[in-house]
Each structure stands twice: as C-alpha cells, then as structure tokens.
Design a protein around this ligand. Structure first.
Ligand SMILES: [Zn+2]
Ligand SMILES: [Zn+2]
Length: 639
C-alpha cells in the first residue's frame, strides 16, 4: 500500500499502481467526473497515470486555469487527428496551448483556407463522438523515429530531445510526440471552435518551410465558448485599423511609405481637438509651448547620447554641405538646447517646455500596427527643468494631471508602475546613491499622498533616473503604456545645464521628461478601440448630420440650419444626395455621427428640429436655439 496526502491534509491508502482516476472515483464519483487531470507532488499528470509511490495527491477540475491549458492542448491533438484523416500525408509541427486557446502547425499537401475550417471542425466532432481513449506510453528514441519516419518535423523534434525515451500520446489512428498531460478521451472535448488560418515558418525561422497554422479555442462549457466568441467579435469591431478606415480618420499608402500615416479630414479634426485639449490643460499649469524642427544635427544626438545608445531605432543620417542631419527620435535634445540658450535663475524654476512634436523611429516592418506603431508620430511631450528640491512637487503635479486627463476620458482600468533602480547593481545607474534614494522616496511619498494604487518594479528604472509609467488596460485586453514621467540626472550633465541658485551660485537642474497622451497617433488608436469609434460629442469629427426628406421642399430649411451651425462652430454635414431616406439614415449611423436631424414638413412648419442621438431610439424635439446651445456647451465643456 502507498500513502496519498490529500489537499485537506488527510491520508488515503491505496494499492501501489492504482490509477489516479480510480482514486478520484473512490473519493467521490461526481468529483471524478469533474476532474480533468491530477497532480502528483504538484506535477500535472494524466488521470490514467498509475501511482507508484507515496505522494501529495490533488485533482484538477475542468473549470480551472490549468485544465483550460490541458483541454486546449488536447484539442490541438484532436485537430491534428482530423487533419490527418482529411488530408492524408499531413505532417505535424508543434501544437501548443496558448493564452486563449491553441494552434497547430501542419505541413499539408495542398492549401487550407478559412473556408475549410467548417469541414475540419465537422471531422473533429466525429472524433469526439467516437470518444477515443487517449493513451500515453514511452518509446526509445530510435523506436519513436521509426514510428514517425514519414514526418520530418516530428523526427527533428525527437532528435532535439535529450532523454533516451520520448513520451507518446496515442488516440486510435493518430499519435504524437508529447509530454502531456492530456484528457482521458476525445469525448470530453465538446466546446471548441476553429478560428483562423495563417502561415508560420517551421521553428519560426524564415529559412524554413512555411507551415499552415490553424488557430482554435476550446472551453469547458458551451456558455464559456459562446462568451469567448462574443469577446472576439467585439475585439474585431474595435480594431482601430478597421474603424480608422470606416470613419475616414487616417490612411496608409505604400507609395508614401510604410508606417507613415496620413490623417484624413475627420482624423485631423480629432487630432486638432486633442492637441487643443491637452495644451489648454498644460497652459493652465504654466507650461510654455514651443515648436522645434523634426531634424537635428548628428552632433546634437552625440551630445545627448542618443547617437551611441539609440542609433538602431533611428533613421540613417543625411549628409548635406558640411553637416549631417538625422530625423529626431525624440525631442529632449532640442529642448535642452533651448533651455541652455538663456541664463536661468532659481526663481524661474520649475520651467516647463512643452511641444506636440513630430518624431521618427525606425520600427521593423513586421512591428508596424496601424497608427498604434508607426515610423512617424507626434508626441505630447514636455521637459520640466527643476531644482532637486522641487522633484516631489513637480512629480505630484504631473501625476495629478495624468489622473485629471484619465478622468476626463473615463479611463478607469489603469495601473501605475514605479520603476526603481536595482540596489544590488548600482554601477549600472547614473548619479549617486543619495540622489537616487532621496528621489525614489519622494516619488513613493507623492503616490501615497495622492492615494494612487501603484506597484514597484525594482531594476526597471532608466539608467538616468527613476520613472513612473501608467499602463492602461484597453478594451481589447492589451496593456498600453500611455503616460510616463521620468527623472533624468544625466541629460542636464551632458548639456551642462545650469541655473543660478539662492546663493548666486551655478547649480545643475534636474530634468523631468513627461508624456501624458503619449504618442497622439497611438492615443487616437486607443480611443477608437475604447469607444468603438463613438467619440464623445466634443471630439466627434462630424457632430450633426442634416438630412432633408425632400430636397424640393426641405432644402431651404436645411440650408438655414447649416448656416446657423457654421456660425456656432458646430461640425455638421448635409446629405443632399438623391438617395432614399432610410439609406441616408443608415449611412449616418455607420459614420457614428452623434446627432441626426431629419428635416421634413413638420420641421419646416413648426421651425423646430427633431434629433436622434447615436445609439438611442428616442427622438427629441427642441428649438433650433436649444439644439445649438446644447452643442456649443458640449464643445466648450468638452462633453
Ligand atoms: Zn501534444
Ligand atoms: Zn524627453
């Protein structure tokens, strides 16, 4: 007999060699049914594993995170079995579970497209119905290679295994080289869906064969699967690349260049309004806005250190006359030079230089993602020059600004990450211990004072100073770093910046780099995904659509209305096309225009307007003055 320690601490004695599933059944038949795999001494094992010695024993339920991985990996095997049946001679690469499902890479004779997924799913369902037992055994490497001799990818994988034996999982006509664990039989894999097909290089190397990668997802219950598919649909609807096109926000063209966004009229309006918004906020806090060129002399970046440390992310230099220029990757150096051009007294500090500035970075073409990651973008940037004694106050003001802005946009799901230096590796960092310790403590103190929820990341500071990043959780589940505050002791040193202190002596300021909206481009991408393109009224490129029912009788009224709107800076469009009313209304909805005004006999006779707000069914009738006042208020108060 051997002893099993259960999770409640009690001991259960069983015969040596008893299968995990038998133990489960003895404990409780209903529990056994809910079990996906077991854990022996913390290690996941199949339910069919015989238990050979004393161990800690635990059952892993189907509704757990660990089981999710197991059923998804088992579903990858199920997919491979179906592929081999449907496409004889299919070779199998790897088929792991991933965060939200699984994939499998196949070497298929012929082409598999999304249109084939239904057929493959149907075959998988058949195999589920057959309820095939899934069995595990070990083979010597040579035997395994013999077994998989028709599959060059599997042979490569076997070669890469260091042990003498390799694990095999077999379900009837299909076997795989695998560590497992797996579910007990194909019958339990009921709630799955194949999602997409893509090409993938064998082992991720572009010199290798391109395999057919099929993605899928498998869930414990039908409801969970249904919910997940809804989430995926929602993400698609939020894709900023799709929305940007549909709403006329931006465009790309290879003739212009990859990763170089062009902002269309609607997009430009959004950009201008966002710029005004953030510059107004900054103005209220005493920032000084400037404008500097997108090019700089290479020597500028040699002085700043970017040329040595950041060159790979920059575009190559251009030689003209006796100078070499580069497109700037960031704005700090220009602002340093601007500060240095004048003598500063401590009384002027903190001095805040701000700019919405064009920057250029060389991103690999594979990394380019709509306006989220581009090669040309605009940064909502500022550099604050202050005395070391002012760090706490400056940091507090900027953090407060971030909180205000997020409140205005309704962002609730975000985390502050305070990046500190690694105290065991101080040589890596610029500046002395005292400076670091003092400033790190001050930043911590400010966050506590503001009641901000934050976590500390030791060793994540920049080499030139500690920093605070704000990661916002986007509607499609990405963590995006929108805002950042970074202390910098080094740039003032490199540019030899000075101010005259209280004693009339020269002293070195500290620089605080800060970005609130961050890249304006990326911010718009983020907003599109958050709002599904339904911007708040103040930010909507077109705020009202005027649709006359009949051009002959109602256009005059519509024209009058348009003129009133124009005078009051309400952004509107008129739809005077010779199309059916229903069609025009639907199109205005597609454009996600906040207010729709249909002009018919009733309006012309009464002089009133009836509007319908986007996303609402109700119609409201008001005087023209009331409607105008409502939108003027939305614009001035940014509602
Ligand atoms: Zn496997
Ligand atoms: Zn900077």
């Amino acid at each position: 007999m051997i002893k099993l320690e259960l999770i409640d601490g009690s001991i259960k004695e069983v015969e040596k060699g008893t299968l995990a599933i038998s133990v489960a059944k003895e404990l409780s038949p209903s529990l056994a049914k809910k079990s996906c795999v077991a854990k022996l001494n913390g290690k996941l094992v199949d339910l069919k594993t015989p238990i050979e010695e004393d161990a800690k024993f635990e059952l892993v339920m189907f509704d757990s995170k660990e089981a999710f991985e197991v059923i998804n990996h088992s579903c990858a095997h199920l997919l491979a079995q179906a592929m081999k049946r449907l496409y004889p001679g299919t070779k199998c690469g790897v088929g792991p579970a991933i965060e939200e499902g699984f994939y499998y890479d196949f070497g298929v004779n012929g082409v598999v497209t999304v249109d084939d997924l239904a057929k493959i799913e149907a075959e998988m369902k058949k195999i589920v119905k057959e309820n095939i037992s899934i069995n595990h055994y070990m083979l010597k490497k040579e035997e395994a290679k013999e077994k998989f001799k028709d599959d060059k990818y599997k042979c490569e994988l076997i070669d890469a295994i260091e042990d003498e034996y390799v694990g095999i999982y077999e379900q009837a006509d299909y076997a795989d080289v695998c560590r497992g664990p797996h579910v007990i039989s194909t019958g339990v894999l009921k709630n799955f869906k194949l999602l997409s097909v893509a090409g993938a290089y064998w082992r991720g190397d572009s010199k290798n064969d391109v395999l057919t990668r099929i993605y899928g997802t498998c869930w414990n219950t039908e409801e969970e699967l249904k919910h997940h598919l809804e989430v995926l649909e929602d993400r698609k609807a939020r894709d900023h690349r799709k929305l940007g096109k549909q709403l006329g926000i931006f465009m790309f063209d290879d003739l212009v260049g990859r990763g170089l966004p062009m902002w269309l009229p609607n997009g430009f309006i959004v950009r201008r309004l966002l710029s005004d918004y953030i510059m107004d906020k900054e103005y209220d806090l005493g920032y000084n806005h400037v404008l500097t060129p997108a090019l700089g002399n290479v020597n500028l970046y040699k002085t700043s250190g970017h040329w040595d440390h950041y060159k790979d992310d920059m575009f190559p230099k251009m030689d003209v006359d006796d100078e070499s220029y580069v497109l700037r990757p960031m704005n700090c150096p220009h602002h340093m030079v601007m500060y240095k051009s004048q003598l500063h007294s401590y009384k002027e500090l903190p001095l805040k230089i701000a700019e919405i500035a064009a920057d250029f970075r060389f991103e690999a073409s594979g990394a380019l993602t709509g306006i989220e990651r581009t090669r040309a973008f605009y940064q909502n940037d500022s550099h604050i020059f202050c005395m070391p004694s002012q760090i706490g106050d400056v940091f507090k003001e900027v953090t407060q600004l971030i909180l205000d802005v997020y409140k205005d946009f309704g962002f609730n799901d975000y985390r502050f990450r305070l990046s500190l230096r690694d105290p065991n590796d101080v040589e890596k960092y610029f500046g002395n211990d005292e400076l670091w310790e003092k400033s790190e403590n001050e930043l911590r103190q400010v966050l506590k004072e503001l009641g901000v929820d934050y976590y500390e990341a030791i060793g994540e500071a920049a080499f030139y100073g500690p920093k605070l990043d704000v990661q916002v959780r986007s509607a499609i589940g990405h963590d995006v770093t929108l805002s950042t505050i970074q202390l910098d002791y080094q740039l003032p040193e490199r540019f030899e910046l000075e101010y005259i202190d209280e004693k009339g002596q020269k002293a070195r300021p500290v620089v605080v780099h800060r970005a609130i909206l961050g890249s304006m481009d990326r911010f718009v991408a983020f907003l599109l995904e958050e709002t599904k393109g339904v911007f708040p009224t103040w930010l909507a490129p077109v705020q009202a659509m005027i649709i006359p029912v009949n051009l002959e009788f109602h256009k005059e009224f519509a024209d009058k209305l348009a003129l009133t709107f124009r005078k009051n800076k309400i952004r509107f469009k008129t739809d005077y096309r010779d199309e059916k009313l229903g069609y025009k209304i639907r199109e205005a909805q597609m454009q996600k225009i906040p207010y729709q005004l249909v002009i018919g006999d009733k309006e012309v006779e009464s002089g009133l307007v009836t509007y319908r707000k986007y996303g609402e069914q109700a119609q409201t009738t008001v005087t023209i003055d009331e409607f105008v006042a409502m939108l003027v208020k939305a614009n001035s108060e940014r509602l």
